[in-house]
Design a protein around this ligand. Sequence first.
Ligand code: HEC
Length: 249
Amino acid sequence: MRLFKFIAINLFFYALLKAPGLLAGKPIPSSVITMYMFFIVVTVLLVMTITDEGANELFAPLRSLLEDPSRSLARNILFVLLPIGAALSVYYSAAEPAPPFELRSAHPAPPGAVRAYGKAYELDGLENPLRPLEREDPAAFKEMVREGGEVYFRNCLFCHGAKLDGRGHYAHAMDPLPMPFTGSDTIAQLKESYLFWRIVRGGPGLPREGGPNISAMPAWEDELTEEEVWKVILFIYDYTGNRPRSWKD
Ligand code: HEC
């Protein structure tokens, strides 16, 4: 029968496309298989219906199923099963609810310049003015780190945590969460100038990618002096054992 031939040929090609996945463990992506099968079915259909007799013969079983009065039982069963099948396929394809996609950028690109303390700071090339002490005067550097620690524990600990892991007392009430400074994928990836921008400008200074929720990070320009900001940055890196990225790498 021609209809069986049609189905058999298509099944053969389907098996051929599935074979690499089943036999060699290297499956062809299902979207590619769907696309190929579309062209194969259409081509086989074209070839098999190229003459009128061929077409009649191919569709005869379908026509008799739909028109022949003696086959009304089979027809009724088909007309019940078809919509149920369609409903099930829609149900299963839509049944996996995915959480909404989070578009927030945790580290949005900084602006070119930051206005603070009555000056404009070009962020490009901006260095921590206290950083050279680390090499030139280790004792003075240690003192700066200690003072930076005082700034931290007086102002930042409630949100960023006593261990600098972003788990301060207030952290749970926030969305976005306070950033941890521990771990090698946090401030170790940032330059000190980036932290300077984030600390003096805070959540209100974030560009749109920092949304949609408003960050609770305060802008510290009015509370801390410029030197205190650079000191607390020294402390955050020192305490967590991270190195800031420099302009050279
Ligand atoms: C009221 C809670 C709160 C306080 C207090 C607070 N922060 Fe934040 N901070 C946040 C939140 C929330 C974020 C994450 C959202 C964002 O990036 O703005 C954040 C982000 C940051 C970032 C960006 C880190 C990154 O990886 O991009 C830095 C740097 C920072 N805070 C430093 C400080 C310093 C230094 C202090 C103290 C002087 C401080 N924060 C005090 C809530 C706070």
